[in-house]
Design a protein around this ligand. Sequence first.
Ligand code: ATR
Length: 284
Amino acid sequence: MNISPNTKLVGLIGHPVEHSLSPKLHNSLYKKYNLDYVYLAFDIAPDDVGKALEAFKVLGFKGFNVTIPHKERVMWFLDWLDTEAAIIGAVNTVKVENGKLIGYNTDGMGFVDSLKRRGIALKDTVALVLGAGGAARAICVYLLKEGVKELYIYNRTRERAIELIKHLERFFSGVCLNYLTKENIKEVQPDLVVNTTPVGMWPHTQLMPVEDYAFLPGMIVVDIIYNPIETAFLRKARQAGCMAINGLDMLVGQAIKAIEIWTSLKVDYDEAISILIEGDKFLL
Ligand code: ATR
């Protein structure tokens, strides 16, 4: 890396950040694409988020990512919010422009982009989202923006699914939005199923977000978990003849969108994914 007085600064705030894959992913891409940028990670306590943002402005940062637990708190300090980020209620990417802070949510953006680049059209499809937390919110907003015609949410805590549906209904009309339960989940045959829960993540790799899910050949099944790369849920989907997409797509997708927001450069997905995989080993 060739750092000079002209090198532009971007980074990440979170708490903790030590296991983040973003510095490696971003810095490798900047090198590959000859971008004179450097990406640094900062462990910031919740009470210091405002101060950190002031510091970024003073130091001339071009932008920064925001991760757990600051994705909501950071919104208090922004000058402008992208529409979808406002609906989602969380920001993971901030651009600094003329001293102003502009907030975006590239989790959902990256998610739909990663599907589009595989030639998957979402308009008028039926989607099932498993989970009703922050990741589900970001994904649902972008699925609706892309024009899915029916969106179902299944969640361990039913009230949270209902709450999310009520929230989405305020912004998207003319769509069938509903929650599913263990009892009726089999009655819906979606084109797309997305697991946004941590169920199946290492070390509990034998668990599945829905036991005995009735996968049908041709369904598109996405798991946003990337450790392990293939969850038990995804393996079952693949064996049933579904198109199975792992969590690397969304991980890389959100980073690519952040780079696009900061630099206007469009990075290639496969190039970005190859940075995270060495041989057949995923870098954690
Ligand atoms: P994130 O921001 O990553 O989405 P979150 O907001 O904590 O994280 O949401 C986690 C989601 O995974 C929730 O839908 C949660 O279900 P509850 O609303 O019932 O808590 C779901 N989840 C987490 N652990 C789970 C488990 N062991 N079984 C089923 N669902 C689980």
